[in-house]
Write a protein that binds this ligand. Structure first.
Ligand SMILES: Nc1ncnc2c1ncn2[C@@H]1O[C@H](COP(=O)(O)OP(=O)(O)OP(=O)(O)O)[C@@H](O)[C@H]1O
Ligand SMILES: [Mg+2]
Length: 508
C-alpha cells in the first residue's frame, strides 16, 4: 500500500493541497515521478536520494513510484523534496507511517540533507491552517512566515535528520518564531522638502484617499524626492492587509531570511526599461511589480520613458485592482490594489512652463512627447500637480516644516472616516469608489453639485474624470472631518484635475 504525505503547491498567491504518494515494489531499482511534475520536481529524486544517503539512512533498492495528486495541478519548484523524502522513508519503514498523519511538510533539500527555504511559505501555511493540520514543518529560514498564521503549529527544521528524529519521537523540533521586516533605512521625512506647498497638499490628499497621483515638473524640482516621502504618510496596514501583501512577496521569494511579515506598505519603483511581464507578472508565475505593490505604492518615475505598450497594459488591472495572467494551465489572478504615483518632465527639455527658463522644444517635439503618454492612463490619474522649482529663499529658509508624522496623523483620521463609511462594502478607501457609490458617499450639497457640473463643462471632463473629481472632493472633505462634500472641496479637487487638462492642451 502507498504511503501518503501532505504537501502543497502555489497557484497565483494561493496554496493548493498536494498529496505525495510513494509506493515501493520489489523490482529493479528505479525512481519514477508522475502527476504533472515540472522539471524541478523530476530532478527532486536525485536531491532526495543524496540527502537520504548523506543523513546516514538507506535509500530503498526497489522500484519507487512517486505520485503527486491531484494530477491536474501543475507542480513546480523544489518544495516537494522534503515530503518526497519523508514518503520514501515511511514506505521503507524508517519512520512510522502514523507519525505523518496530519503533518504537512515543505522544503528543498540540498545534497547534504540540509533544508533550504522555498517561495510561498505563507500561502502554504494559510492552506495548512485551513486543512487543520497538527503540524507544519518548514525550513528554518522561511518558518517565520508560517509563524505569522494564528493557531497553526509551525515547526522549523534545519535538516532532514532532525525531521526523521522528530517523527521517530527521538527529539523535538523548534517552534517557529518570526521577526517583522525592518523599516527601510532610506525613507526620508517630509520636513526635508522646502516649499512645494501644492505638491505637499496633493501628497496628503493622495495618501488620505489612496488616489493615483501624477507629478509634473522641471528636472531637479523635487518630484522623486516628494514621491519617496509617500510611504511615511500612509496609514499602517491592518493585519489582513499585511498578510495579503506578505503573501505576494512570499510567492516571489522576496522576503528576507526569518522575516515573517511585512509591516510597511510596499513602495515599488521599477526602472523604465521594465518589460510588460516584469510589471504585470508573467508565465513564470512570479508576481509583477504591480502585484508586489499591493496595498502600497507603484511609483513610475520618468513616466514617458516607459514603453507605451507596457503602460497600456496597466489600464485594466489598475481599474480592476487585480491582474489576470493567462498560462497554458489556465488563468491565474494576482492581487494588485495599489496607488499609482508617476513623475514626468513637462516636455523633452524639461522646461515647458518653467517660470524663468525658456523651453527649447518645438511644436512637433512637444507633440511627440505628449504621444508617449497614454491618454486613457492619464484619465486614471485622480490628482495632477505641477511641481515648480523651489525658490532660493525657500530653499535656504530655516523655518520648521511639517513632518511626515504630523501629516500622517491627519491621513489616519481621514482613513478612519472612510473605514467607518464603507464597513458594509468591499471598499477600503475613496479611490475604490465607482460611479453610483461615489455620488452616494459624497453626499454633495446642492452648491457643491452645481460647481461640479460647471467644472465638467468648463474643463471638458469625461464622465470618469468627473467621478474622479468627486472622489477627491470626498477625501478633502474627510480630511476636513465633514460629512457632506461642499463647494470648497469640489473647487480644490477640480483644480488638481485642471492642471493636467491645461498641460494636455499645451505641453504634456
Ligand atoms: N523642494 C525641495 N526641498 C529640498 N530639496 C530639494 C527640493 N527640490 C529638490 N531638492 C534637492 O534636489 C535633489 C533632486 O531632486 P529630485 O531628484 O527629486 O528632482 P526631480 O524633480 O525628480 O528631477 P528629475 O526630473 O531630473 O528626475 C533632491 O535630492 C534634493 O536634494
Ligand atoms: Mg526624478
Amino acid at each position: 500500500m502507498a504511503t501518503t504525505v501532505m504537501a502543497g503547491a502555489v497557484e497565483g498567491v494561493d496554496g493548493v493541497e498536494v498529496q505525495v504518494e510513494v509506493d515501493l515494489v520489489r523490482r529493479l531499482p528505479r525512481v519514477t515521478v508522475v502527476g504533472l511534475p515540472a522539471s524541478a520536481v523530476k530532478e527532486s529524486t536525485e536531491r532526495v536520494r543524496s540527502a537520504i544517503l548523506a543523513s546516514g539512512l538507506d535509500f530503498p533498492k526497489q522500484r519507487v513510484t512517486i505520485n503527486l495528486a491531484p494530477a491536474d495541478v501543475r507542480k513546480d519548484g523544489t518544495a516537494f523534496d522534503l515530503p518526497i523524502a519523508l514518503g520514501v522513508l515511511a514506505a521503507a519503514g524508517v519512520v512510522p507511517e502514523d507519525s505523518l498523519l496530519g503533518v504537512m511538510a515543505v522544503g528543498e533539500l540540498s545534497l547534504t540533507g540540509a533544508l533550504r527555504d522555498v517561495p510561498g511559505a505563507l500561502p502554504l501555511a494559510l492552506l495548512a491552517r485551513q486543512r487543520g493540520v497538527r503540524a507544519l514543518i518548514l525550513p528554518e529560514t522561511c518558518a517565520g512566515q508560517g509563524a505569522v498564521v494564528p493557531g497553526l503549529n509551525v515547526l522549523s527544521a534545519t535538516n532532514l535528520s532532525e525531521v526523521v528524529d522528530w517523527l521517530n519521537g527521538k527529539d523535538t523540533l523548534k517552534k517557529a518564531s518570526f521577526v517583522a521586516a525592518p523599516l527601510p533605512a532610506h525613507a526620508g521625512d517630509l520636513a526635508d522638502v522646502r516649499g512645494q506647498a501644492l505638491a505637499r497638499r496633493a501628497l496628503e490628499i493622495a495618501a488620505a484617499g489612496g488616489h493615483n497621483l501624477l507629478l509634473i515638473g522641471a528636472p531637479g524640482s523635487g518630484k522623486t524626492m516628494l514621491a519617496s516621502r509617500l510611504p511615511g504618510l500612509l496609514p499602517p496596514m491592518t493585519f489582513e492587509e499585511a498578510i495579503e501583501t506578505t503573501r505576494v512577496h512570499s510567492v516571489a521569494g522576496l522576503l528576507p531570511e526569518k522575516v515573517g511579515i511585512l509591516e510597511q506598505r510596499p513602495f515599488r519603483s521599477p526602472h523604465h526599461s521594465i518589460s510588460p511581464a516584469g510589471l504585470l507578472g508573467g508565465a513564470s508565475l512570479r508576481p509583477g511589480e504591480l502585484s508586489l505593490a499591493h496595498h502600497g505604492v507603484l511609483f513610475l518615475d520618468e513616466l514617458p520613458e516607459f514603453s507605451r505598450g507596457t503602460l497600456e497594459q496597466l489600464r485594466s488591472p489598475l481599474e480592476r485592482r487585480e491582474v489576470v495572467i493567462a498560462r497554458s494551465a489556465g488563468a491565474v489572478t494576482l492581487p494588485a490594489s495599489c496607488m499609482l504615483v508617476a513623475a514626468a518632465n513637462p516636455c523633452e527639455c524639461g522646461f515647458w512652463g518653467h517660470p524663468n527658463k525658456p523651453c527649447r522644444c518645438g511644436d512637433s517635439a512637444l507633440k511627440r512627447y505628449r504621444q508617449r503618454l497614454s491618454g486613457p492612463l492619464l484619465d486614471r490619474i485622480d490628482l495632477c500637480v505641477r511641481v515648480d522649482p523651489v525658490e532660493s529663499e525657500e530653499l535656504f529658509c530655516d523655518r520648521r516644516r511639517e513632518s511626515s508624522a504630523q501629516v500622517r496623523t491627519r491621513v489616519i483620521s481621514a482613513r478612519r472616516a472612510q473605514t467607518e463609511r464603507y464597513k458594509a462594502l468591499p471598499i477600503f478607501n475613496n479611490a475604490m469608489l465607482d460611479g453610483p457609490a461615489c455620488r452616494e458617499a459624497a453626499q454633495a450639497t446642492p452648491a457643491g453639485l452645481r460647481l461640479l457640473r460647471d467644472s465638467m463643462e468648463r474643463l471638458s471632463l469625461s464622465a470618469r474624470a468627473c467621478d474622479r473629481v468627486l472622489k477627491v472632493a470626498r477625501t478633502i472633505a474627510d480630511l476636513d472631518g465633514v460629512a457632506r462634500v461642499d463647494v470648497e472641496h469640489v473647487a480644490e479637487a477640480a483644480a488638481f484635475r485642471a492642471q493636467d487638462s491645461v498641460d494636455a492642451q499645451a505641453g504634456l
